[in-house]
Design a protein around this ligand. Sequence first.
Ligand code: FUB
Length: 320
Amino acid sequence: MKKLILGIVASSLSYSAATQAKNPITEEMFTADPAAIVHQDTVYLYTGHDEDVDNSFYHMNDWLLFTSKDMVNWQAHGPILKVTDFEWADKHAWASHMIERDGKFYFYTSVYHNNDKPGFAIGVAVSDSPYGPFKDARGSALLTNDMTTQTENDWDDIDPAIFIEDNGDAYMFFGNLVPKYVKLKDNMIELDGEIQVIDLPRFTEALWVHKKDDNYYLSYASGFPETIHYAMSKSIHGPWEYKGLLNEIAGNSETNHQSIIEFKGKDYFIYHNSAIQHDSAIGGGGRYRRSVAVDKLEYNDDGTIKRIIMTSEGITEPAQ
Ligand code: FUB
């Protein structure tokens, strides 16, 4: 009964409320798997949405959007896409990634395919605006479980992360247990070539690629419960040199899933933990009741990254 009441409270909450600076960025709903982009003067932060149906799995049905102009104050915009918007998908609105190209916004995401091709798949939706509306860009999955044969599990093709080179070449990184990447065609909705396997120590999932100066960074979740580690390279194709631990186990969450951005000259590490307090309106965090948090990210002079310090305060100094 308690769970039912909590469910009713959560579903009646407004998605348009502005939230205050602290971690997590919202206590009005459970959020996970952050994927942020900077577009013009705004950070668009897309997240998954833990439903905690029966405290048994990552039951997730839609993806949410939060925006900020200073990394301190966040505005919630509600679901931008649902699993059911992909007609070929059954369930599991898992980790996603957004990227802009030529004025179009492409939302790549993990989702479970229907019985035609059972197993996890990656879909791509598109919109003319970062706020949506988004629609399935292909009417079919971009990548299906039968295309990845390195492991037995049917979730080895989750967690897409897109990177576009300065020359326009686009790549999708993804995977669970075995990290992989594949080139995308210029239209961003078709694969262009073979899937390549990457060599990273103790890889679990949640790849994220970013570039600073002439260094490429590949960060990822390792082990289980997960810690976030990273590797560096001078090329998007590697070889990737392992550099070590970036973020510790995120409290009572087994998953940690990071996103790294630079905004108005500062760098940020966005991740999830399960730190919503038990006296919050929606109850406390847990394994399947995660929440997105933001902390500072700092580089050393040689380009390596300092260990992240997770805080309850979050970002307190507005970016300007
Ligand atoms: O949220 C479901 C899954 O848990 C994601 O796809 C993984 O990255 C992990 O966070």
